[in-house]
Design a protein. Structure first.
Length: 276
């Protein structure tokens, strides 16, 4: 096994142990059987990192000597693919968001953030399943808050209903005001109430105005061009994720799709930390 892969597994296991120690009941098997939840979480990180199925990751990890040693598991003690599948669903979204926040901290983020949105395809499921489940929305709208110093994803919001940027941007920005001192966003986030809310929390809004009158040009001209110019880092993060992991989500249920995107963002952060 390559040194880079083992470094990733080691870092993922450390993150999983730290977070699961703070929330043991939310990750562990509710029946009290099996092995600690941090081992499940580490395997999920490795599954996304290696772009593998549940069956493939169990087979591959069980044959990796150093991974078995790190997880303290024998070759025959790994969970069944169905057990790993259910453990992914058992962990609540709030815990996965906690993993995302911790992974961003590993990247040593700065104080300036950028916000942007993109779409991920949901059409990996068969047409028969889409018709049977009455699924008509074929893309997920994903809004991310990205640190411009490290290009790490600080927070992410997913929706199957395509809310306006001012709605999702407000939710993402206001729950992360303690992490940033300024926030850059394009004209889609032009909302005076959002600017006022950010200023009240001590965050400098760098949100471009839509052009309706002459004074809108004046507002845009007064923006700090250096900080606002770093908004492209959010687009870079999305581009890197789609090139690395693909532009589509594979789970069928919407709540599993949301979890998959958050875990993918956490894996992306861990990979960014290894490059530093």
């Amino acid at each position: 096994m390559s040194k880079l892969l083992f470094r990733f597994v080691k870092q993922a296991a450390s993150l999983a142990q730290k977070r699961c120690a703070a929330s043991p009941t939310a990750v562990s098997d509710p029946t009290g059987h099996g092995f600690p939840g941090w081992k499940h979480v580490t395997l999920h990180f490795l599954r996304v990192h290696m772009d593998a199925t549940y069956r493939e990751i169990v087979d591959w990890a069980s044959e990796m000597d150093r991974v078995r040693g790190l997880l303290q598991l024998s070759r025959t003690a790994f969970p069944a693919p169905s057990t790993l599948y259910r453990s992914f669903e058992r962990v609540p979204m709030s815990i996965w968001r906690g993993f995302l926040r911790e992974s961003a901290n590993i990247c040593d983020p700065g104080s300036h953030g950028a916000i942007d949105a993109t779409f991920f395809d949901r059409e990996t499921a068969s047409r028969h399943y889409q018709h049977r489940s009455d699924r008509h929305i074929r893309t997920l709208k994903t809004t991310a808050l990205v640190d411009t110093d490290s290009c790490a994803i600080l927070d992410i919001h997913c929706s199957a209903h395509w809310p306006h940027d001012t709605q999702t941007g407000r939710r993402v920005a206001l729950r992360n005001t303690e992490k940033i001192e300024s926030l850059a966003g394009d004209k889609g986030y032009d909302d005076q109430s959002l600017r006022d809310a950010l200023r009240s929390e001590g965050v400098r809004p760098l949100l471009r105005h839509r052009l309706f009158a002459a004074y809108d040009h004046a507002h845009n001209a007064r923006l700090d061009s250096g900080l606002y110019g770093q908004r492209w880092m959010a687009e870079t993060a999305f581009s890197a994720i789609k090139r690395r992991f693909g532009p589509a989500v594979h789970p069928r249920a919407w709540y599993r799709e949301f979890r998959e995107l958050v875990v993918t963002a956490a894996v992306y952060n861990l990979e960014q930390a290894l490059k530093q």
